[in-house]
Design a protein around this ligand. Structure first.
Ligand code: COA
Ligand code: AMP
Length: 651
């Protein structure tokens, strides 16, 4: 059944025509889109294909992304228009920066980086909380052709160290700390520890003292001192005396940033984004998908450490000349479940983009949306959701309450922008709850079975793949390994990019994303590798074997649950062991893993060849029907597991 939940707006060229042109007349389509941004030298070709798995976009074009996000709007007379609103629900701070203000700060900070030896192609790690400086640092790197790699604040020092070792930055930009509800998170001890753990590429750390932004009296422990290897600079001092830097011309294909994401192994993959394809795709997406223009306010309630933050807090809204919001706070508890509606009302937000978990959190606290009634959210034209599956129940709840279209759209760190969506700027299509709607122009989707044969029957699940080449804006490769890109994504199904997601298309061409086909799980919209969690659990001396699975969680969609067996002869208190394992994950991965669920078993269910029956374990824990696999080593282990996770009620 197709539910029409909004007005149907059709441009002279409807969605089907635009999508068809983006595939059949790929070069013309994207060269026309390239006209949305300013080039130093405009590209004469869109796609350059050296082989089916080796291609680039706008290869002969040159540009600067920060110029496109800032300078050109100022030069066009829009310098006084608000570029960035900073709203901290944690401190009450509210700051508005016009395009001119933001340009001034970015140019100065680019000067700071340059004075510290950072040049074109050099990497800079940005480890900052949700403060305007995160946007400034990213754009400053882009301005001088340096490559930023933002690391989310909820990761532990060892995860930061892994990224330092892979990206080999010369400079880290950080702050004294971040604020989480009820606690201050000191960043500097984490940075210091990461430097100790890593191989020593960093010569300078630039530190933003939060007290200089909001007078925050939070006590961030740790006051590092210069040593022979690393200099610690104060951001404010350095910025005050800096010589502003002009934008540096880079090749379209030069890397703009590296963003690490979880794969199936413990080693995160550094997704490389280019300059030209990224700027074109994101600028196009603001109108094509979100229907946002220069006079609009766009709010992605995410974090700059994730791809949503990169694309839709920082780059896309600014490339489009719109106003973006950097919000430091949570959907609930800062101070209440009306926090999001308050921000929408205060700044007349036109489009809000967040993760379904945030909506479920609001629903849990405010099921009747009483808080919504206290705020004027009439400016909102649409709510976009992504990052994890939007269950139909949550869709209906928020759709009924908000009275504006609710759009589920699907994408990945790798693609950098939506693969499937309801393209509201082209044509608003009917909504189908549970579906992420239709392929966005540029993306040609197919469903393949495990042998790579196309599944054409509507409704039949399979591997979701994207026919090569991927459109502009999608990943160029994986940092440090040309082969890693091909091996990880392009080999399983020749001619296609394997998304790692499974699902189906219906008879109308709507996509339903049902889950992952690999060991990646999604906790509150954050992607985690079960492999890396398992690596951490097996560090404990008492653990013999373990399996970490994503089990259903009513709030966060999934949560990581660890099933462990003990080494023969280990006598340990189970509560103590659980606490130690939880702490190990916190120490090695970080609080973001939100790992609390440990089950200690006598044996793990396995096949006769020794493979752990993960799917069956998950089905038992989630209370789903399951079949006893014919290859099982000992079916009695399943009964014991079922009893362990669902003990019979005691009177
Ligand atoms: N820096 C340091 N620590 C952080 C952090 C950051 N930037 N972000 C989260 N953490 C910590 C939290 O403080 C928490 O620590 P704790 O275990 O000591 O309490 C832990 O990481 C887990 O945080 P979170 O996932 O935020 O769970 P929560 O239970 O604190 O909050 C929600 C629940 C629903 C409010 C929260 O998950 C949320 O806002 N989700 C929205 C998801 C989202 O925006 N995803 C972005 C992808 S588009
Ligand atoms: P990330 O790279 O962290 O953005 O996570 C990407 C993964 O999140 C995808 O591969 C999907 O598994 C999942 N995901 C993102 N958006 C959606 C969505 N709208 N519906 C279902 N799953 C989604």
């Amino acid at each position: 059944m197709i539910e029409d939940t909004g007005t149907t707006r059709t441009t002279p060229q409807g969605y089907r025509d635009v999508w068809r042109r983006s595939i059949d007349e790929r070069d013309d389509f994207w060269l026309q889109a390239a006209g949305l941004i300013d080039w130093v030298s405009a590209p004469t070709t869109a796609l350059t294909e050296r082989s089916p798995t080796d291609y680039s976009w706008f290869a002969d074009g040159t540009l600067n992304t920060s110029y496109n996000a800032l300078d050109r709007h100022v030069l066009a007379g829009r310098g006084d228009h608000t570029a960035l609103i900073y709203d901290s629900a944690m401190t009450g701070t509210r700051i508005r920066l016009s395009y001119r203000d933001l340009l001034d700060r970015v140019a100065r900070f680019a000067g700071v980086l340059r004075a510290n030896g950072v040049g074109r192609g050099d990497r800079v790690i940005v480890y900052l909380p949700m403060i305007p400086e995160a946007v400034v640092a990213m754009l400053a790197c882009a301005r001088i052709g340096a490559v930023h790699s933002v690391v989310f604040g909820g990761f532990a020092a060892s995860e930061l160290a892994v990224r330092i070792d892979d990206a080999r930055p010369a400079v880290i930009v950080t702050a004294s700390g971040g604020l989480e509800p009820g606690k201050a998170v000191a960043y500097l001890p984490l940075v210091q520890k990461a430097l100790e753990l890593s191989a020593g590429s960093v010569h300078t750390v630039i530190v933003r003292d939060r007290a200089t932004i909001d007078g925050s009296a939070a006590d961030y422990a740790g006051d590092p001192a210069d040593d022979a290897a690393v200099r610690w600079l104060d951001w404010a001092d350095a910025e005050a005396t800096a010589t502003p830097a002009d934008p540096v011309t880079v090749a379209s294909t030069d890397p703009l940033y590296i963003l690490y994401t979880s794969g199936t192994t413990g080693n995160p993959k550094g997704i490389i984004r280019d300059n030209g394809g990224h700027a074109v795709a994101l600028t196009w997406s603001m109108r094509g998908i979100y229907d946002i223009g220069p006079d609009d306010v766009f709010w992605a309630a995410s974090d700059v450490g994730w791809v949503v933050g990169h694309s839709y807090i920082v780059y896309a809204p600014l490339l489009a000349g719109a106003t973006t919001i950097i919000y430091e706070g949570k959907p609930i508890g800062t101070p209440d479940a009306g926090a999001f509606w308050r921000v929408v009302a205060d700044y007349r937000v036109n489009v809000l983009f967040t993760a379904p978990t945030a909506i479920r959190a609001i629903r849990r606290v405010d099921p009747d949306l009483a808080e919504l009634a206290r705020h004027d959210v009439s400016s909102l034209t649409a709510l976009f959701l992504a990052g994890e599956r939007l269950d139909p129940e949550t869709f209906h709840w928020v759709n009924d309450g908000l009275h504006c279209p609710v759009v589920d759209h699907w994408w990945q760190t790798e693609t950098g922008w939506a693969i499937c969506a309801n393209p509201r700027g082209i044509q608003e299509l009917p909504t189908k709850p549970g579906s992420t709607a239709v392929p966005v122009p540029g993306y040609d989707i197919a469903i393949l079975d495990s042998k790579g044969a196309p599944i054409t029957k509507p409704g039949k699940d399979g591997n979701i793949v994207i026919r090569l080449p991927l459109p502009p804006g999608s990943l160029l490769g994986i940092w440090g390994g040309a082969d890693r890109f091909v091996d990880a994504y392009l080999t399983a199904f020749p001619g296609y990019y394997a998304t790692g997601d499974s699902g189906h298309l219906d008879a109308d061409g709507y996509l339903y994303v049902m889950g992952r086909t690999d060991d990646v799980i999604n906790v509150a919209g954050h992607r985690l590798s079960t492999g890396s969690l398992e690596e951490v659990l097996t560090r404990h001396p008492a653990v013999a074997e373990c399996a970490v699975l994503g089990v259903h969680d009513a709030l966060k969609g999934q949560r990581a649950a660890g099933f462990v067996t003990l080494k023969a002869g280990s006598v340990v208190d189970h509560d103590l062991l659980t606490a130690e394992l939880v702490n190990l994950v916190r120490e090695h991965i970080g609080p973001v893993a939100a790992f609390r669920d440990v089950r200690i078993l006598d044996r793990l269910p396995k096949t006769r060849s020794g493979k752990i029956l993960r799917k069956t374990i998950r089905q038992i824990v989630d209370g789903e029907p399951y079949k006893v696999p014919p290859t099982i080593e000992d079916p009695a282990v399943l009964d014991a597991l079922a009893l362990a996770v669902r003990p019979p009620p005691t009177d």
